[in-house]
Design a protein around this ligand. Structure first.
Ligand SMILES: Nc1ncnc2c1ncn2[C@@H]1O[C@H](COP(=O)(O)OP(=O)(O)OP(=O)(O)O)[C@@H](O)[C@H]1O
Ligand SMILES: [Mg+2]
Length: 275
């Protein structure tokens, strides 16, 4: 397991990057997220962890403003989620990479850069941003390859490069490391830490692989649309640290802590139903 040096404290900000209270989402006939209350601190990496189908992608979609039927409070960078001013301040990478297969890596980025920062006068700036984003995700050697000819992991990194183009304050990454080999996974986590430490970027990263939790500053552990840990009424708290979670549950790993919390929640429910 890689250990990271603690990053320096982020610049003081009066509000958390994300603040939710009584956040509920229904999809079709089902309530998928139940009265969530949580904060995500600025300039930190917060892991959103939980098993398949628990509601991670739904929560991320609500945060970036693309999810219907959201009720309760959800403030993002000081505005209600989905506010038009947030568009250029948030980078979002969906679970399925969305790139054009018939364009090269650089052409894909040029295309999205032109949408973000249009006009002939911005051409030099766009070129710089595109070159930096390609380097950030370590695809410089493949810049002229067609996206359709890349591996799954490389295509995922093109999507990530697109999200990095506008130097977003908040990066929402839905399972960015699925299907990557251990070396690439380590390099991507290093990039996430660099972004938080040097650019002050806030990252919300989902995963269902519990060992990735150890690489996050803060954790939100989700199961069946509710938080087992990390959800809080104290806005300054902003999730649990991996250490706090292990200590609180008397376990050695975040995975063991998660299982302990699942057992406790199940026991609590059984008690309630037999009352
Ligand atoms: N279009 C839809 N209509 C109704 N229910 C849906 C729809 N899409 C997803 N759901 C349900 O919402 C719940 C949460 O789904 P979501 O995609 O947010 O989970 P997830 O935690 O991201 O899972 P995974 O790890 O597999 O990506 C699931 O139980 C799923 O069945
Ligand atoms: Mg998902």
């Amino acid at each position: 397991m890689m250990n990271y040096e603690p990053d320096p404290p982020p610049p003081a900000a009066s509000t958390p990057a994300i603040h939710a209270d009584d956040l509920t989402v229904t999809r079709g006939p089902r309530t998928v997220l139940h009265h969530l209350r949580f904060t995500v601190p600025r300039g930190r990496i917060t892991g959103l962890l939980g098993p398949s189908g628990c509601g991670k992608s739904t929560l991320m979609r609500a945060i970036v403003g693309t999810q219907a039927k959201v009720t309760g409070t959800l403030d993002v960078l000081g505005h209600p989620a989905g506010h038009p001013t947030l568009r250029s301040r948030i980078g979002y990478v969906t679970q399925a990479p969305s790139v054009y297969d018939d364009l090269t890596v650089r052409q894909n980025l040029d295309y999205f850069a032109a949408i973000l920062d249009p006009g002939r006068a911005a051409a030099d700036r766009r070129h710089q941003h595109v070159t930096r984003a390609i380097a950030d995700v370590d695809l410089t050697r493949h810049a002229d390859a067609l996206a359709g000819n890349l591996s799954g992991g490389q295509r995922g990194r093109v999507s990530l490069a697109v999200a990095l183009l506008g130097t977003p304050e908040l990066l929402v990454l839905d399972e960015p490391t699925v299907g990557l080999d251990p070396v690439l996974r380590r390099d991507l986590w290093q990039l996430f830490h660099d972004l938080a430490a040097t650019r002050g970027t806030t990252l919300l990263v989902s995963s269902h692989v519990m060992d990735e939790a150890e690489r996050c500053h803060r954790l939100l552990l989700m199961r069946e649309g509710e938080f087992l840990a990390g959800g809080t009424s104290r806005p300054e708290a902003g999730g649990d640290t991996p250490d706090a979670l292990r200590t609180r549950t008397g376990t050695d790993t975040v995975e063991a802590a998660f299982l302990r919390l699942v057992d406790e929640a199940t026991a609590g429910r059984t008690k309630e139903s037999t009352r």
